[in-house]
Ligand binder design. Structure first.
Ligand code: FPP
Length: 237
């Protein structure tokens, strides 16, 4: 596959699932699986960039993930900070802009600071946008959008007729970006789990039993082959 393939999705969403089960299969702790998950993510980002995918959104930490043991939440945060520190230079060199979607302030101040730093430093990169969903939930995202519209309406900046689908899209974290064309979920689970619910209206869904740490660029190519065969009608005939 190459950049010349114009059937490629512009925006891919990925639910990176199965780190824990991948580790358990090998009798290893969950943290081992998460670390392997970061390695898989690194390869996938590079591959998407090489293919010319413009937008990639990865679900790295849901609002519900805060309910996991403090040990595991701590591991995930350390891995995130490590990734944002150690990989930022390479990410920038590859023209990738980091955009965290979700409630950044739900994280401890040093983690939030690291997130903001990565976003700030990579803001001029224009080859690919990497949305990292952190403390993200699609319903919370919609609540936030509705509140901002309600405020504008209450203060007279918006009338009832100004409220339409486009306006709602503009109030989501993915403002200004095309909706995902393809959403991939690894590990055999067949759900969206509160990921990009509004944006996913016409997304093609691809589910694979492969656990996230084993999701190689070749696995992504399989997902793209499947996507290529789909006929997208957007509700038309
Ligand atoms: C799902 O596996 C994965 C997560 C909850 C976290 C995904 C995180 C990473 C890939 C690494 C951290 C991210 C960054 C951006 C550095 P699971 O733990 O739910 O697996 P299980 O369903 O098998 O238990």
């Amino acid at each position: 596959m190459s950049q010349a393939d114009n059937w490629l999705p512009r925006h891919i969403g990925i639910i990176m699932d199965g780190n824990g089960r991948w580790a358990a299969q090998q009798g290893k702790p969950r943290s081992f699986g998460h670390r392997a998950g970061v390695n898989a993510l690194r390869e996938i980002i590079k591959h998407c960039g090489d293919l010319g995918i413009e937008y990639v959104t990865v679900y790295a930490f849901s609002t519900e993930n805060f309910k996991r043991s403090s040990d595991e939440v701590g591991t995930l945060m350390s891995l995130l900070v490590e990734f944002l520190k150690n990989d930022l230079e390479t990410i920038i060199q590859n023209g990738v802009r980091i955009n965290v979607i979700g409630d950044i302030d739900a994280f401890p101040a040093p983690v939030a600071a690291q997130i903001r730093r990565a976003m700030q430093k990579s803001r001029e990169c224009g080859r690919m946008m990497l949305n990292i969903a952190l403390a993200y939930g699609a319903r919370a995202e919609l609540v936030r959008a509705v509140k901002s519209i309600a405020l504008d309406a209450a203060e007279g900046r918006l009338g009832q007729d100004d409220i339409n689908e486009q306006l709602i899209s503009q109030r989501l974290y993915t403002e200004g970006q095309p909706d995902p064309d393809l959403i991939i979920r690894t590990s055999g689970e067949l759900r969206l789990s509160n990921f990009l619910l509004y944006q996913a209206a016409y997304a093609e869904l691809y589910f694979t039993p492969v656990f996230w740490p084993d999701f190689t660029p070749a696995e992504l190519d399989l997902a793209l082959e499947s996507y290529k065969k789909r006929s997208r009608r957007f509700g038309g005939v």
